[in-house]
Structure formats: structure tokens, C-alpha cells
Design a protein around this ligand. Structure first.
Ligand SMILES: [Zn+2]
Length: 343
């Protein structure tokens, strides 16, 4: 197991302990964020972030690193990339250098940094015992055309493996489909919204024009004002969608899902180290993520358009290892929520 992932595992496990001790002090004397206005947006300084989250050290070079015994956060001026304990997050806005200060957008603080560093303080995160598993595509909708088979086959295969493992652990599982049938996106949303005390995990595999594209990426819904990945801002991006009710819980769930998937696939837990590229945790305006009112993530578990990666996805060991990682992630997320003691 790579040391950075081992550290992340430990950090997640010790999260509630660390922050439970921090919380009472904040209630007595609320921390003051100093906000800066820049190009119509609100920002906070990295120095302010260092103080709030008790980072003991901040170092400047080609990247800026904030560190304490539990966390390591690495950002770069002008870049949207943020590494938290080795896991890549694609922020909604780049880091700004202004008047000798480095600034991070307030949306990224509230919707990304805070829920990841303090999952126990997430609003609207409810205890749950139900997992809605959404196998992408199905029936006449084959999804990506893979080198060895269609996406709808692999998403269902992974969903079934996950279902069996979750049920064995005592979770209640709802499948949006459990056979090769077509289910519309609005139906998937409707099914998920029938279960207020649940989480939603959508399983997909990727495809790109370039056969070189590869790696694993995890999506949550774009916060208000943030566009779909890769396109410009549109007026409707400023409207709150149902998925925004649980923004913070969703990013915490995505963190567990994404980090565990990489941890399990890129180690020898299965029979192979699959060396999956970390493409990051990203924001998108997919229909299912926008419409669902419970914590929701969409995993793209590898590129079927890349021959080498399609072969990995095709192997049963890969599927079983990824399913185990996702089940572990559900446990980890649930533990973080329950330990907050508020719900
Ligand atoms: Zn898909």
C-alpha cells in the first residue's frame, strides 16, 4: 500500500476524533473568515485556511503545501488542482495570487475543503442503511462501446457484486436495474428520491475519442454558479438544483469512493496492481446528480475506449476489487457521519 494512501486511510479513520475536539472551541468563539472580493467572487486566503484547520506548516515553492499530522493539502497558483492526502480534486475555481496573498474561492472552501476535512460537521448528512446502486445504461442504451464489451454490461456486473457484498454486511440495497433493461434518467432519479435515508452511487465506465485517455474519475453535482465540467458558465448554473441540498455530503461520499477505489485497485489487494490513473474528483451537471436529493456520486471506473484499460475492466478480479473498494467506502462514509453524534 503506498504510504500516502495509508496516511489517508488513517486520516479518515481518525477524522471524528480530531474534529470533535475542535468543535466546542468554535462554538464559543466563532472563527472569523476574512473574505476578499475578486472579479465578482468571494475568496479566503490560504493563511486563513491554515489557521482554521490547524495546519502547522505552510511552504511555498512551485506548489503551496499546507500540512499537519493528519492532512497534506497541495495547491498551485493559477490552477484548479488540489491534492488532499494524495487524492486529486478539481476545484471549481483556480487559486489566485493577489497582493502577496494566495486566495481560494469561498465556494471551494465551503463545498469541497470543509466537508472533506470535517465530514462530521456536514449539514443534512443523515444516518442511512440503504444504498441505491445505479448501474448506468441498459437495454437499448448500451453506453460506451468497449473494446471487449458494452458499458451497460460492466456497470451491471459491478452493481451486482456491490449489492451482494453490501447485503452480506446488512445494508438494504435498491437497484435502479438488476437486469439488461432500459431505465430512463428521470426514473433513476425518481427511484432514488423514494428513499430519504439513503445514498446513491451511479456506476459508469468511460469512453473518449482519444484511445490514449485513461483513468478513474468521480463526479458530484456542480455547486450553484459552477458549470458542467469543461463548459462555460450559463445562466441556469446559478439556479439551485435538488442535488445542491446535499452538496457537502456528496463530496464527502465522493472522497471516500474515489480514494478507496484508487487505494484498492492500485495495491495488491486483488491479484494485480492495476495502476489506475487518478483523474480526480470533479463537478458535473449530469441529470441524475442534479435531480437526486440524497448524497449522490457518479463513478467512471475506467476507459473502455482504451484497449489496455478495457482489458483490466473486463477481468473479474478488477470488478471484484473495485466492488470491495466501493463497499468499504460506504462503510467509511457511514462511520464518519455516525461518529458526528448529531444524527
Ligand atoms: Zn455511462
Amino acid at each position: 500500500m503506498p504510504p500516502r494512501f495509508q496516511a489517508f486511510l488513517l486520516a479518515i479513520v481518525s477524522l471524528s476524533l480530531v474534529f470533535t475536539s475542535v468543535a466546542p472551541a468554535q462554538v464559543k468563539a466563532p472563527f472569523q473568515w476574512s473574505k476578499f472580493e475578486y472579479q465578482g467572487g468571494s475568496y479566503v486566503s490560504l493563511r486563513n485556511i491554515k489557521d482554521f484547520y490547524y495546519f502547522s506548516k505552510m511552504t511555498f515553492g512551485s506548489v503551496i503545501t499546507l500540512e499537519n499530522s493528519s492532512y497534506k493539502m497541495v495547491v498551485k497558483p493559477g490552477s484548479k488542482q488540489c491534492h488532499l492526502n494524495g487524492v486529486l480534486f478539481v476545484m471549481s475555481y483556480p487559486i489566485v495570487a493577489k497582493n502577496g496573498q494566495y486566495l481560494l474561492h469561498y465556494t471551494d472552501l465551503v463545498k469541497l475543503i470543509d466537508p472533506v476535512l470535517r465530514p462530521a460537521s456536514i449539514p443534512n448528512a443523515k444516518a442511512f442503511n440503504t444504498v441505491v446502486i445505479d448501474a448506468g445504461h441498459g437495454g437499448r442504451d448500451s453506453g460506451a462501446r468497449g473494446v471487449f464489451g458494452p458499458e451497460k454490461f460492466y456497470s451491471l456486473q459491478l452493481a451486482k457484486l456491490m449489492r451482494d457484498q453490501l447485503q452480506a454486511k446488512g445494508y438494504r440495497v435498491v437497484m435502479t436495474r438488476s437486469s439488461d433493461v432500459y431505465v430512463s434518467r428521470s426514473n433513476r432519479v425518481a427511484i432514488a428520491n423514494r428513499y430519504p435515508n439513503a445514498i446513491f452511487i451511479s456506476l459508469h465506465f468511460n469512453s473518449a475519442h482519444s484511445s490514449a485517455a485513461k483513468g478513474l474519475e468521480t463526479f458530484t453535482v456542480s455547486p450553484v454558479g459552477v458549470p458542467h465540467l469543461g463548459r462555460g458558465v450559463r445562466e441556469r448554473d446559478f439556479r439551485k438544483v435538488p442535488g445542491n441540498i446535499v452538496d457537502s455530503a456528496s463530496i464527502a461520499l465522493a472522497t471516500a469512493i474515489h480514494s478507496r477505489s484508487l487505494l484498492y485497485l492500485n495495491s495488491s489487494r486483488g491479484s494485480t496492481n492495476y495502476r489506475m490513473l487518478d483523474r480526480g474528483i470533479k463537478r458535473a451537471r449530469f441529470d441524475v446528480l442534479q435531480g437526486i436529493k440524497i448524497p449522490a456520486v457518479l463513478l467512471e471506473g475506467g476507459f473502455l475506449s482504451n484497449r489496455e484499460e478495457a482489458a483490466k475492466v473486463h477481468s473479474f478480479d478488477f470488478q471484484r476489487t473495485l466492488a470491495s473498494a466501493l463497499v468499504k467506502a460506504v462503510d467509511v462514509y457511514r462511520g464518519a457521519i455516525l461518529r458526528s453524534g448529531q444524527r
